[in-house]
Design a protein around this ligand. Sequence first.
Ligand SMILES: [Zn+2]
Length: 362
Amino acid sequence: MRIPVVSASISSCLRFRPSFLVSLALLVCIPMLTLSCAKAQTGESKHLLIYTIDVEGGQSTLLVSPSGASMLVDTGWPGNNARDAVRIQAAMKDAGITQIDHVLITHFHTDHVGGVPELVKRVKVGEFLDHGPNREDSDITRHDFAAYLKAIDGTPRRIVHPGDTIAIPGLKVVVLVADGEHIAAVPGIKPEPNPYCATERAWPVDPSENARSNGVLVTFGKFEFLDLGDLTGAKEVALVCPNNPIGAVDLYLVDHHGMNLSNARALVDAIHPVASIMINGAHKAGMPEAWQTVHDSPGMQDLYMLHTAEGSDAAHNSAEPLIANPKGITTDGAYFKVVASSSGAFSITNTRTGQTKDYRRK
Ligand SMILES: [Zn+2]
């Protein structure tokens, strides 16, 4: 465990007390201070930053490349006095960015797209990316899709398809799934037969927007991060069976907040992540079967959770240091910050505790 370098450096900047200095000394020291802090902030400039923002059971994941280019995957919920937009802005501030270049909407459920109207009131967005029209036959989703289109009016919108890339300097971002379709091969990765398909169970056809989720593989040098939104079991299996086009990944954002409708073993075991982050709420998802599947994935070291899954039992919750917002502890949207290097090494910081743990594929 260690305190992250940048936090310590920013803390040391904040500990600076100009009131103790005479004016002349202030004039001398301010340039030094500026230099020192600037150096601290660029200490992460060779890294990919990933923030799994706590939107209380929705998704909002911010990625900031070494070049400062950014992508936000989903925007959380509407309402709550713009809580989720405010939390997104807090992560942006930590990363030192003032606008978001790409906002990828995985699908049109409220916990993913609902935050768009409040976000665009506060943050300049370069473009929105989505899978195309809502195809779910429900009034709430029709309403949320219409609200999304209204909110992004005037901002470029692009519909993405499997195999498309999202241009972020320094990163390779490939769309694996979109609108129910999936990629057969990722450039640079040789699909391999997936040994876990033979024992996979049958999954029901899912007519909801979940099955149409956009999902991306983000590559930074040797580091790979997988985010498939709320993709459900049948589409997960279609993606990785009979051949796995993804290979192994370093960090897995657990599908569908850890719902049992998702996280097929044929997917989770085939990608066998080094670490995983489950973006569950206190009373949303984080289900025992999904937790166990991810926990048991070969080589998986740690399963992080945004909240204690209060509807689950102690045997299917991670240890408290791995939970950002544990039951009974007052927090205000603690989240996980991932700092990844192109070597494949990465660290995960629990912002509640300030503790950081380092990872590298063995
Ligand atoms: Zn969701």
